[in-house]
Design a protein around this ligand. Structure first.
Ligand code: GTP
Ligand code: MG
Length: 193
C-alpha cells in the first residue's frame, strides 16, 4: 500500500461523533500498552500520528484516521488496565461495545496480543466476544523484536491455542517493520472484496 495521505480526524467518545461517510474501516483492539497506536503509526509510516506512551491507558477515546481518502483506521482504547478507575473502565467497555456492535463499515478487527506473553484472561474474553460479532478478525502478535526469530513459531502457536482462534496470527514489530507487509496484504485483500 502506498500511503499518500493519512490524517487524524477525530477522537470520539460517542457514536454521534463517528465519521459517517461509510468508508471501509479497520479497528485496532487489544490490551493497554500492547502496541495498537505504534502499529497504526508504522503502517502509515508516521512517527506520531497516533499517540504512543510507555504508560498504559494512553488512548482513551476512539481515534479515527483516514487513509488516502479511501479507508479508515480506528484506534480503540486498551482494555485490561487495572490502574484506571472503575468508572473509566465501564466507560471504555461501553464505548467499545457500541463501536463493535454498531459500526457498519467495519471490515476487520485486528486483535493485538503481545508475542512475549500468554494471552491473558482479558484477551481470551475479548477474542471470544469478537468471534461472536461475526466480523472478520486477525490476530496480530506485537513486539516480535522482543523475542528471537527462533521463538516466533512457538509463540504464535501458543497464542493460537490459548485463544482457540481459527484466524491467522501474524507476528509484527512496529520497531523493525517486520510483518508490516503481511498486515498490508490482508488489508488490501479486504479492500478488494
Ligand atoms: P494504549 O493506548 O495505552 O492502549 O497503548 P497502545 O496499545 O496504543 O500501545 P502503544 O503503541 O502506545 O505502545 C506502548 C509501548 O510499547 C510504547 O512504549 C511503545 O514504544 C512500545 N512498543 C509498541 N510496539 C512495539 C514494538 O513492536 N516493539 C517494541 N520493542 N516496542 C513496542
Ligand atoms: Mg494507544
Amino acid at each position: 500500500m502506498i500511503v499518500k495521505r493519512a490524517e487524524f480526524e477525530i477522537s470520539a467518545v460517542r457514536p454521534a461523533q463517528w465519521p459517517n461517510d461509510g468508508l471501509p474501516e479497520f479497528a485496532f483492539v487489544g490490551r493497554s500498552n500492547v502496541g495498537k497506536s505504534s502499529l497504526l503509526n508504522r503502517l502509515l509510516s508516521r512517527k506520531a500520528l497516533a499517540r504512543v506512551s510507555q504508560k498504559p491507558g494512553k488512548t482513551q477515546q476512539i481515534n479515527f484516521f483516514v487513509v488516502n481518502e479511501a479507508f479508515r483506521f480506528a484506534d480503540l482504547p486498551g482494555y485490561g488496565y487495572a490502574a484506571v478507575s472503575k468508572t473509566t473502565r465501564a466507560q471504555f467497555s461501553k464505548m467499545m461495545g457500541e463501536y463493535l456492535t454498531q459500526r457498519t463499515p467495519l471490515k476487520r478487527v485486528l486483535h493485538l496480543i503481545d508475542i512475549r506473553h500468554e494471552p491473558t484472561a482479558d484477551d481470551q474474553f475479548m477474542h471470544a466476544e469478537l468471534m461472536q460479532l461475526g466480523v472478520p478478525l486477525c490476530v496480530v502478535a506485537t513486539k516480535s523484536d522482543k523475542i528471537s526469530r527462533g521463538q516466533h513459531r512457538a509463540a504464535v502457536q501458543r497464542i493460537e491455542k490459548i485463544l482457540r482462534t481459527p484466524y491467522a496470527v501474524v507476528p509484527v514489530s512496529s520497531q523493525t517493520g517486520a510483518g508490516i507487509n503481511d498486515v498490508w496484504t490482508m488489508i488490501e485483500a479486504d479492500l478488494e472484496t
